[in-house]
Design a protein. Structure first.
Length: 474
């Protein structure tokens, strides 16, 4: 055999072996999302005719059509489900991140902050279920939900099982820790300086055996309780899925091992936990992180299953891992994406502008570039309405711009009328002035002047797309 042929054969065998191993493990390798087959989206039961609408023989369907109305984009902010700026009430550090001597008043100021249409909270499992059998929300979360209702804002929520910025207690409740063994994680010595606070926190260094039967039993109970409270609730915008890894379920960087004995056990455990959430949350969207599978535990498969089940995705940064940009920017149009890209904790006048563009303006421009449905109003580890307001006052143009265009913004751009055999019909060209497709399926209804519905039906999933027109009806 020639040496070149031998090398080619060796490489081919190695590649085949690696792909075979990945298939056996269920790993979904990094891939381009634009032409990836995630399915056709949510099923439609009453799809509207979406053309083509021919005017001339031999296939004329609207022979007497004429444009009777046109509209132009609005400069107003149009709040809606599946989109918006999200005011963070808590994030990585619980209420310790809220910089105020009066936490209840600070929470009220944040809820009432006018730029945000949605709210976000990130409690630990311990905070919402200190004992088995029932949920017991702390006073600050009760206050958030009460104020959200009064101010007509919905809440996105993530429950943490690992919270390495909580230095006073574990994220897990005692009734779980008492029965589930933990594994000490090994820190990467090369990251000792950059990740000192995670390495020194014993609550992040010791992780439970998530595959332990009691842990799974307790997790099933938690999800059942949460779903009984929030599945389909008008108070909830979305629920984050549970994950393990770099950004997902608390930071497991800079540790080089996991609490699982092998990859197969890890993946099987997390897939089962996702399936539990999919089973219980049938009316409220679940949102899964696009983080790369840093810890090799099956997150790639969880993300894939999330999209295939028509649930949503999120990213905790767009300036670190370029792999996430592909997923966010080329996701199916019916999948919403939330971007958590925190504003600096320092005052805006302490930050240097680059070529006349402030750090916050630069951030907002790139959040818009990837077509986000949501963006976080969050001063990193310095949460307060005053801090948010200072950034808006320093540079209102880009904040107003993203507020008008975040997510989708649908209008009837052009309306045609035609008559055929005594039947008066309409064709509506729907435009999307936002930066994202419509998450899920858009139902549209034509009404008479007195409010009576004349015809109703659905556009295809994700439509109309940004910058394009989708015609419907006949």
């Amino acid at each position: 055999m020639q040496r070149r042929d031998f090398l080619k054969s060796g490489v081919a065998l190695a590649v085949a072996a690696e792909l075979g191993t990945k298939r056996a493990q269920g790993i979904v390798p990094a891939h381009n999302w634009g032409k990836y087959d995630f399915g056709s989206g949510p099923t439609l039961t009453d799809r509207l005719n979406q053309g083509p609408f021919s005017q001339y023989p031999p296939d004329a369907s609207i022979p007497t059509d004429d444009v009777v109305m046109t509209t132009t984009p609005s400069e107003e902010v149009v709040p809606n489900y599946g989109k918006g700026l999200i005011t963070y009430i808590t994030a990585d550090m619980g209420t310790e991140e809220i910089k105020s001597d009066n936490i209840p008043q600070a929470i009220e100021d944040l809820v009432r902050f006018p730029l945000g249409q949605q709210l976000y909270i990130r409690p630990t499992w311990r905070e919402i279920q200190p004992r088995a059998g029932r949920l017991e929300f702390p006073d600050y979360l009760k206050l958030v939900f009460d104020l959200a209702k009064k101010n007509n804002k919905r809440v996105g929520m993530r429950v943490q099982m690992n919270a390495p910025d909580y230095v006073h207690q574990s994220a897990l409740p005692d009734f779980v820790l008492e029965k589930v063994p933990t594994v000490e994680l090994i820190p990467d010595p090369k990251e000792a300086s950059a990740a000192a606070r995670f390495m020194q926190n014993p609550y992040s260094r010791y992780q439970p055996r998530y595959d332990h039967p009691f842990f799974q039993q307790a997790f099933n109970e938690l999800i059942g309780l949460l779903a009984a409270e929030f599945n389909g609730s008008p108070a909830i915008e979305f629920i984050d899925t549970f994950m393990y890894g770099f950004w997902g379920e608390g930071h497991t960087w800079p540790f080089i091992n996991t609490p699982f004995p092998d990859y197969q056990t890890a993946e099987r455990t997390w897939i089962n936990m996702l399936e539990v959430q999919l089973k219980h949350f049938t009316k409220t969207p679940l949102m899964t992180n696009t983080q790369p599978d840093y810890s090799r535990v099956g997150n790639s498969e969880i993300l894939d299953r999330t999209v295939r089940s028509n649930n949503w995705i999120r990213s905790d940064t767009i300036f670190i891992e370029n792999e996430q940009i592909e997923a966010l920017s080329n996701r199916p149009p019916w999948i919403a994406a939330a971007l958590e890209q925190g504003l600096p904790g320092k005052a805006p006048d302490t930050l240097e502008a680059q070529e006349g563009l402030s750090p916050s303006d630069n951030m907002i421009a790139h959040v818009m570039d990837v077509g986000a449905n949501y963006w976080s109003l969050w001063n990193f580890h310095q949460i307060s309405a005053k801090n948010l307001l200072s950034y808006y006052q320093a540079s209102p143009t880009w904040f107003d711009r993203i507020n008008r265009r975040i997510g989708y913004n649908v209008r009837p751009s052009m309306i045609w009328s035609y008559e055929e055999g005594g039947y008066l019909g309409l064709i509506v060209g729907f435009a999307n002035d936002g930066i994202a497709g419509v998450p899920g399926v858009l139902r549209v209804t034509a009404e008479s002047e007195d409010g009576k519905p004349l015809k109703s039906g659905c556009l295809d999933p994700g439509y109309p797309l940004p910058g394009k027109i989708r015609q419907a009806w006949r």
